[in-house]
Design a protein around this ligand. Structure first.
Ligand code: PGA
Length: 251
C-alpha cells in the first residue's frame, strides 16, 4: 500500500509574511486529515520561516530545485546540504525549469543523485508538451525522461523516490489530463520504466503523482484510481481552502 502524497508547489509566490499566513490558514485543515502525507514546497526564502511553523507537525517541507554541489563558487545556487537543514523533499526537473532554465535529463540525473546522497527524497517531474502529445510521442518522451533522469542513481527502495507525471499542456491551463490518460502513462510507461531500472519491487513502491490543473472539483477523479498516488499542485496550493479540500479528497 502506497500512502497518498499531496504536495503543494508554490512556485515563485509568497513573501515570508504571506507564506506564514498561508501556513496558519492551512494548518487546522491539514492537521485534521489522516492517512495522507502532506508536503509544502515554498520558495527558498520562506523555507526557514515555514519550517519553524511546521515544527512538530506531520507536514513535510520541500525545496523546488537544488544544485548538485555541496558548496563552492556557484553564485545563486542552493546546495543539497543547505536544503537538508529544513527539507525532506525536493522537486527536480519541473517542466518550468526544463522550459525556462535549461534543465535537461542529464542535470535532473545529477540533481537526483545529489538529493539522495543528502537524504532528500526527489520528486522528479516528467511529462510531454502539447506538441509531443499531438505527435503521439508522449510515451516515448516520458519513458526517456524517466530513464535518463534516473539511470545510475541509487534508488534501492520505493520510499527513495516520488515521480510526478505532469503533462506540460495541463500545467496552469485549467485543462487537466483525463484521469484515464494519466493512468495510461503511469501504468504503461512510468512504472514499467522504473521496473526496468530498479526492479519490480522498487517500482511498485514508488509513489507516482499526477500534476496539472488539479482542483477540488477534479481531485477525487484522480485519487479514485489505483495508479495515482496523489498530486503535485501548483495554483490551487496557494489557496488554503482548495489545498485542504484536495488533501481531503485523497484521504
Ligand atoms: P498547476 O501546476 O496545478 O497550477 O497546473 C502544477 C505544477 O506545476 O506542478
Amino acid at each position: 500500500m502506497r500512502t497518498p502524497l499531496i504536495a503543494g508547489n508554490w512556485k515563485l509566490n509568497k513573501t515570508v509574511a504571506e507564506a506564514q499566513q498561508l501556513v496558519s490558514d492551512l494548518l487546522p485543515g491539514l492537521e485534521s486529515i489522516s492517512g495522507v502525507e502532506k508536503l509544502l514546497c515554498p520558495p527558498f526564502t520562506a523555507l526557514m520561516a515555514v519550517a519553524e511553523l511546521l515544527k512538530g507537525k506531520d507536514i513535510g517541507l520541500g525545496g523546488q530545485n537544488l544544485y548538485w554541489e555541496a558548496s563552492g563558487a556557484y553564485t545563486g545556487e542552493i546546495s543539497p546540504t543547505m536544503l537538508a537543514e529544513f527539507c525532506q523533499y525536493v522537486i527536480i526537473g519541473h517542466s518550468e525549469r526544463r522550459a525556462y532554465f535549461g534543465e535537461t535529463d542529464q542535470t535532473v540525473n545529477q540533481k537526483v543523485g545529489a538529493a539522495l546522497a543528502h537524504n532528500l527524497t526527489p520528486v522528479v517531474c516528467v511529462g510531454e508538451t502539447l506538441e509531443e502529445k499531438e505527435a503521439e510521442r508522449a510515451a516515448e518522451v516520458v519513458s526517456r525522461q524517466v530513464k535518463d533522469g534516473l539511470s545510475g542513481t541509487k534508488i534501492s527502495s520505493g520510499d527513495d523516490l516520488v515521480v510526478a507525471y505532469e503533462p506540460v499542456w495541463a500545467i496552469g491551463t485549467g485543462r487537466a489530463a483525463t484521469p484515464d490518460d494519466a493512468v495510461v502513462i503511469i501504468r504503461n510507461v512510468i512504472r514499467p520504466t522504473l521496473a526496468g531500472l530498479f526492479g519490480e519491487g522498487v517500482s511498485q513502491g514508488v509513489r507516482v503523482l499526477y500534476g496539472g490543473s488539479v482542483k477540488p472539483g477534479n481531485a477525487a477523479d484522480f485519487f479514485s484510481l489505483e495508479d495515482v498516488d496523489g498530486a503535485l499542485i501548483g495554483g490551487a496550493s496557494l489557496n488554503a481552502n482548495d489545498f485542504v479540500a484536495i488533501a481531503q479528497a485523497a484521504a
